[in-house]
Design a protein around this ligand. Structure first.
Ligand code: GUN
Length: 281
């Protein structure tokens, strides 16, 4: 069993991006900029946004966090997005999810200029991803693909199972795997026999937010296991996989923390630099 070390790879990517950002600044007078909209005071969202902000600082990206109260109206957020769309110094716009219930998230995500959609959640970019065309790709699934590539894991012909069918993780993850030649099952809350799917899989990718959802009896000997879950159990962070018992059966597995999490942030930085180069260089 080998650990897929997302922390190490994200540090390598960050140092490459830092050098690239220095060149963008000296050669083109461009400092890529990221705007984050944070609504309400959900502790997890605040923590994620803080991590994104610190990462921007580490690599030399300009970033702003626009905080809004939980009672905010749809129109007020929409106006903010419109302003950010027009701001030439902002290359990426990210609306931190989830949003409060009075807000229609889909119409906000669709209001973001597609050239600034560094989260890859705009239907234009999602559609292009499904079609295998060049697009902004959601950061978590993109980070998983980078991690697999770093360890020279070719998914072509593998039986892959994606557990979780969200727009931000499961669906784009499945599209990326399919585009790369894997045979993909997508499992979700209504799946009848999850174990029947996972036991047949060479590659299991899970991100639903349930500790111990994936246990050793569900995993084929030698499978690759990617854990996207982040759950707080007491004061410990754990994924969706029972790591201690599953890990010995796998060929590769991601730890939590230190697996996919840091890759997500690195991909956000990368998408923002890509957006800046496309718009301003
Ligand atoms: N909430 C949980 N994950 C994400 C993410 O990757 N992007 C945004 N915008 N919100 C999230």
């Amino acid at each position: 069993m080998e650990l897929l070390d997302g922390r190490k790879l994200s540090q390598k990517i960050e140092s490459e991006l830092k050098a690239e950002i220095e060149t963008l600044k000296s050669k083109h007078d461009v400092v890529p900029g990221l705007a984050v909209i944070l609504v309400g005071d959900d502790p997890a969202s605040r923590a994620y946004v803080k991590m994104k902000e610190s990462a921007c600082e580490r690599v030399g990206l300009y970033s702003i966090v626009h905080k809004m109260p939980v009672t905010i109206s749809q129109d007020e957020i929409l106006n903010t997005i419109t302003m950010m769309n027009e701001n030439p110094y902002l290359d990426g716009i990210l609306v931190q999810l989830p949003l409060p219930p009075q807000i229609d998230k889909d119409s906000l995500l669709e209001a973001i200029k597609k050239e600034k959609d560094v989260d890859g959640f705009h239907p234009y970019n999602m559609g292009r991803l499904v079609m295998g065309m060049d697009s902004f790709v959601p950061c978590t699934p993109l980070g998983v693909m980078e991690l697999l590539a770093e360890y020279k894991i070719d998914v072509k012909g593998l039986n892959a199972v994606v557990v979780g069918a969200s727009n931000i993780v499961g669906k784009p993850m499945a599209s990326l795997l399919l585009n790369a030649g894997a045979t993909v099952d997508i499992c979700h809350i209504y799946t009848k026999d999850l174990k029947a799917h996972t036991l047949n899989a060479d590659l299991v990718i899970v991100g639903v937010g349930r500790p111990d959802l994936i246990t050793a009896d569900m995993i084929k000997e030698g499978a690759i296991v990617i854990d996207i879950g982040i759950n707080k159990v007491g004061d410990r962070l754990v994924g969706d996989v029972s790591f201690d018992t599953v890990a010995p059966k796998t060929s590769y597995i991601t730890p939590v923390p230190g697996g996919v999490g840091p890759m997500t942030i690195a991909m956000l930085l990368k998408n923002t630099v890509t957006a800046a180069k496309a718009r301003r260089c």
